[in-house]
Ligand binder design. Structure first.
Ligand code: HEC
Ligand code: HEC
Ligand code: HEC
Ligand code: HEC
Ligand code: HEC
Ligand code: HEC
Length: 496
């Protein structure tokens, strides 16, 4: 049998994309497309929990895709240039030749590598996604800027609630806002030009119905709550002074009229207000609407004459009182009292309560770098030779480090807590007897018992007697002047 010689095929002109550069670009692009599909799917199914997934999906992965495609075309262009220069030359080292065994082997290795790469990307994507969702990522890695919040958060009742539960959450509109915002933040963080302190109130937080009320149902609110504050006075003996109060949070029994502190968020009424300042501390106008019959009444301060613009009116929700639910910046006064109650600071050192607060807030302390030695020398000057001195220095330095964050300019002085009225105006922003309706009625403030009753106060045996109808407050700092509010004197540091 005569051997059949295959007819020589006409040589196909070589494709411009037949070169290694384009091949690598192609693999990159395919891998990116693959990851993109995976990410989009993840983003749609679980993305609302994680703004950073958006950054990866819509910025980084498309970036790789573009690089891949660009490389593909660059290879083709380089090939075209090469062919013009070397007309007639058919083989070159860039060319993929399928009849060449070496090339075939290289291609198999490259292809297998590509597949492994794809699988790793898929796995990596999934891991990255989970990581970016974690509190560790929010608070430590990406957001070293947010270390103060992380420190405060770990102490709080929400330490097991992920940052994203309150800060991102579900809902299409907020989802997109968070995406855009997350990208902004990433850029600001990378350029290191974010605001210090980070400005509050946050404007892009979702309404409380979508965050807080996912876990705390208004229908399931607590009854009254027993709050016990342990104070120490600034005298030589660091005299303890406890105040135990019953907070009238929710007096609603089924069928009874709505009342108590959580009245502001009950379903039948709407409280709105206008704040004249960014921090929402100066509230000259508010309106209460009865949603059942549509009637409403306005309270205003005497000085405020006009009407607020509709866009500036805010409906009161949980976060107007609980504005620091997860990461409270406690005051220097509070952390020192807490350390004394816990026994970490010795009651034996005369006036330590006052001195420790002064050590933390002294004017000379401005930077992180030299705060610890300044605290040490401040305490040494007061208590030279005392056996408790070394331990006291260590403890006050620790309190300082966990309370005051100079590199982010963050502490209680810039982040007011609106829940009470001692160190900030809080409830007294509105409950100050100065806001009046046209008929001259005001929101109660001097009626101390409308919000809480003092069950017991003082020290030692004073605390044994509980009073059901509530005691009058015995102010340890002397008689209260009705013309002053608490925060005129109390500011979390040394009383003015
Ligand atoms: C229970 C809900 C909740 C959780 C959980 C939570 N936050 Fe917040 N966060 C808030 C609220 C509400 C504000 C707004 C405060 C304001 O507007 O005055 C806020 C404000 C902030 C701010 C602005 C600056 C400031 O301190 O007010 C940062 C930064 C922040 N949170 C970071 C975090 C980080 C990081 C985590 C996780 C470690 C976290 N948050 C967990 C509710 C939460
Ligand atoms: C993912 C669920 C979840 C979300 C969202 C959430 N919380 Fe909580 N909250 C909890 C848990 C859990 C506790 C702790 C309960 C305990 O310790 O008994 C708690 C405790 C509290 C407490 C009492 C503890 C304290 O600090 O005094 C308050 C007040 C509170 N939450 C308010 C809020 C507000 C306001 C929001 C919205 C900004 C919110 N929570 C969002 C789960 C949540
Ligand atoms: C008018 C201010 C105000 C508003 C608005 C408000 N709260 Fe409260 N809430 C308080 C006060 C005051 C307490 C008593 C505890 C305290 O003094 O720290 C309290 C207590 C709580 C507690 C129990 C805390 C504990 O120590 O066990 C939870 C949970 C809570 N609020 C959630 C909410 C949620 C969710 C909303 C929004 C639907 C809301 N609150 C709206 C002022 C308010
Ligand atoms: C934005 C203004 C505003 C703030 C802030 C505010 N309140 Fe009120 N509060 C009102 C108004 C308005 C009323 C209703 C007055 C009326 O009946 O017309 C009211 C009523 C109340 C009532 C009586 C509810 C009833 O009828 O039984 C209590 C208790 C109360 N507030 C507690 C608090 C506490 C505690 C805080 C701080 C954690 C606080 N409020 C902060 C505006 C405010
Ligand atoms: C509008 C409601 C409201 C009114 C009116 C009110 N308080 Fe309070 N008070 C609060 C809240 C809320 C807290 C914070 C409870 C907490 O620490 O969780 C508080 C805390 C306190 C504390 C404890 C402070 C601390 O840190 O130990 C004292 C003392 C106190 N109030 C006294 C008074 C006196 C005296 C009056 C009358 C002049 C008064 N309150 C009127 C809501 C009110
Ligand atoms: C004229 C200024 C002034 C006013 C107004 C004032 N205080 Fe005081 N307060 C003091 C002084 C001074 C002390 C004693 C400081 C010490 O011994 O540590 C004190 C001590 C206290 C203490 C115990 C120690 C501490 O640091 O916590 C509490 C609690 C307290 N005051 C609550 C209030 C409340 C609540 C109001 C408002 C109803 C109020 N004060 C209004 C000046 C004032």
């Amino acid at each position: 049998m005569p051997e059949s010689i295959p007819p020589s095929e006409p040589v196909k002109p070589r494709s411009l994309f037949n070169n290694w550069i384009s091949a690598i670009g192609g693999v990159l692009a395919v891998a990116a497309l693959f990851s993109f599909a995976l990410f989009v799917w993840m983003d749609f199914t679980q993305g609302e929990k994680n703004p950073y997934l958006g950054i990866i999906t819509y910025l980084i992965v498309p970036g790789i895709l573009i690089i891949g495609i660009t490389l593909g075309f660059f290879g083709a262009w380089a090939q075209w240039r090469w062919q013009i220069k070397h007309a007639g030359v058919t083989s070159d080292k860039w060319r993929l030749d399928f009849s060449d065994q070496q090339h075939r082997r290289a291609l198999v290795i490259f292809g297998t590598g590509g597949v492994i790469f794809l699988m790793l990307t898929a796995f990596g994507s999934y891991q990255t996604y989970h990581y970016a969702e974690s509190t560790q990522f929010c608070g430590e890695v990406c957001h070293r800027a947010m270390n103060p919040e992380l420190t405060a958060y770990k102490r709080g009742a929400h330490a097991r609630v992920d940052c994203v539960e309150c800060h991102v959450g579900s809902g299409a509109q907020w989802f997109i806002k968070a995406k855009i915002n997350g990208t902004h933040q990433l850029i600001a963080y990378t350029l290191n030009n974010y605001k210090r302190p980070i400005a509050t109130p946050l404007k892009n937080l979702r309404p409380a119905q979508d965050t807080c009320e996912k876990c705390h149902w208004p229908e399931k609110f607590h009854g009254n709550i027993d709050v016990d504050a342990e104070h120490f006075l600034s005298d030589k003996k660091n005299t303890p002074y406890n105040i135990r109060m019953l907070m009238r949070v929710n007096m609603t029994q089924p069928g009874s009229p709505i009342g108590g502190i959580h009245w502001h968020v009950n379903a039948d009424s709407r409280v709105e207000y206008f704040a004249a300042d960014e921090k929402r501390q100066d509230i000259p106008w508010m309106r209460v609407t009865n949603l059942k019959n549509g009637t409403s009444h306005v309270y205003r301060t005497e000085a405020f004459k006009g009407e607020p613009v509709a866009a500036q009116i805010r409906v009161m929700d949980c976060m107007d009182c609980h504005n620091r639910p997860a990461h409270v910046f406690p005051t220097a006064n509070e952390v020192v009292e807490h350390a004394m109650a816990a026994g970490a600071l010795s009651m034996q050192l005369p006036a330590l309560k006052r001195v420790a607060v002064q050590a933390m807030t002294q004017k000379e302390i401005t930077t992180t770098a030299d705060a610890p030695p300044k605290i040490a020398s401040f305490l040494e000057a007061k208590y030279a030779g005392a056996p408790e001195l070394p331990a006291t220095i260590v403890e006050v330095q620790r309190l300082y480090a966990e309370t005051i964050f100079p590199d982010r300019k963050a502490d209680w002085r810039v982040y007011p807590n609106n829940i009470g009225h001692k160190d900030w105006l809080g409830c007294f922003r509105c409950h100050d007897e100065k806001h009046k309706t046209a008929a001259g009625e005001s929101v109660k403030a001097n009626d101390c018992k409308s919000c809480h009753i003092i069950l017991t106060q003082g020290k030692g045996s004073d605390l044994q007697a509980l009073s059901a109808q509530g005691q009058d407050f015995k102010h340890p700092g002397g008689d209260l002047d009705p013309d002053l509010t608490c925060s005129d004197c109390h500011n979390g540091g040394i009383q003015k």
